[in-house]
Design a protein around this ligand. Structure first.
Ligand SMILES: *Cc1c(COP(=O)(O)O)cnc(C)c1O
Length: 379
């Protein structure tokens, strides 16, 4: 018998109360019970996104929220700026290009964060830029980008700032209104502790003004129609009712824990993981790192895929390897959502065994000891 543990950066383990909610009989989505539930979900989403603005909700994976944002803010021929530092930054560009736009790119070395000054320079050089597309946690590299500083720069221009926060929603602080971010895109299967299938788009007044003018083609992802429906506690099309029921539970858990405690928990788990990686003599890949996951460079002579495979087959733990140009070079340990101290201890213990299995010289217990040292500190 082998117990399985999911420690990959999405989907993440599901909150037990959310699993139970999905087992309940389905609700009619035009009936009073669902409308009351959606009303509470709307409030919970505003709390989570730290905004007074409406948070739109779509039945799709997170990428649907990204595509919806592109087609609802821009028009043919519009100028856009895409910060590209990994798979998900690239995705913003791919969506823009799919709709015939030719965005300008800021290319950042994978594993590093964008320098906000380069965003300021790009906006100064091309004042016609209408939208800046950024990523909070770049999941493919494990980097956390300086969104607050970028928001301060974009806020002084007519452009809006759109942030893919799919990996970091409910994990790393992103106070939308306080920082002045215009669109925040989220997804259900990362920090929110529920299965894949829901995307969220929170939209500021400055962004709504652009939505009113936008002329790119759209049908399913129509922000104006969706806002109108939500104001009546409805969705335009049949929503994934069971997922919304699960979301209701996860938002209640977020509120009960409180945002400050939620972010502090993730920060602790991330610090413990990084300390252990260093204690084992391995190299961290991302600078600065996100609290959602830890990207680790595979040690010399070992293919990252072998680590991922041995973790799964010999020790029952699912982690992720690298994507695209990082395939074989890094592996990624996730510690977000329904994750606590025991998960990090377990993960590092299995990593030590895996490295030993693969013949890499480490002292068993050194990573776990570093984890314990961080976790036993107050705060
Ligand atoms: C997971 C993720 C996405 C969206 O992926 P989907 O598979 O469409 O849900 C987008 N951006 C980031 C940063 C992610 O981590």
């Amino acid at each position: 018998m082998k117990k399985r543990h999911l420690l990959a950066p999405g989907p993440t383990p599901v909150l037990p109360d959310a699993l139970l909610a999905m087992a309940r009989p389905i609700l009619y989505h035009r009936g009073p019970e669902y409308e009351a539930l959606l009303g509470r979900v709307r409030d919970g989403l505003k709390f989570l996104f730290q905004t007074k603005h409406e948070v739109l909700l779509f039945t799709s994976s997170g990428t649907g929220g990204m595509e919806g944002t592109v087609v609802n803010t821009l028009s043919p021929g519009d100028r856009a700026l895409v910060i590209r530092s990994g798979k998900f930054g690239e995705r913003w560009g791919e969506i823009c290009e799919a709709y015939g736009l030719q965005p300008q790119y800021i290319d950042v070395e994978w594993g590093r964060a964008v320098d906000p000054d380069t965003v300021a320079a790009a906006l100064a050089a091309d004042p016609a830029i209408k939208v800046v597309f950024a990523t909070h946690t770049e999941s493919s590299t494990g980097v956390l980008h300086p969104i607050e500083a970028i928001a301060r720069i974009v806020g002084k221009t007519p452009a809006i700032l759109v942030v893919d926060a799919i990996m970091s929603l409910g994990v790393a602080d992103l106070p939308m209104d306080a920082w002045g971010v215009d669109v925040v895109v989220g997804g259900s299967q990362k920090g929110l502790m529920i299965p894949p299938g829901l995307a969220f788009c929170a939209v500021s007044d400055k962004a709504w003004a652009m939505v009113q003018q936008s002329r790119l083609p759209k049908f399913y992802f129509n922000f104006l129609a969706e806002r109108k429906s939500l104001e009546k506690n409805q969705n335009t099309f049949t929503p994934a009712v069971s997922l919304v029921m699960a979301l209701h539970e996860s938002l209640a858990a977020v509120r009960a824990e409180g945002l400050a405690a939620l972010f502090a928990r993730h920060d602790r788990l991330a610090r413990a993981t990084r300390a252990a990686v260093r204690a084992l003599g391995l190299e961290l890949f991302a600078d600065p790192p996100t609290p959602a996951l830890t990207a680790v460079a595979a040690p010399p002579g070992i293919e990252a895929g072998a680590i991922v495979k041995t973790m799964r087959t010999a020790h029952g733990i699912t982690i992720s390897g690298g994507q695209a140009q990082l395939k074989g070079k890094i592996f990624r340990l996730a510690h977000l959502g329904y994750a606590d101290e025991s998960d990090v201890v377990l993960c590092l213990a299995a990593l030590e065994r895996t490295l030993t299995d693969l013949g890499y010289p480490i002292k068993l217990g050194e990573g776990v000891r570093a984890v314990q040292e961080v976790l036993s500190q107050a705060g």
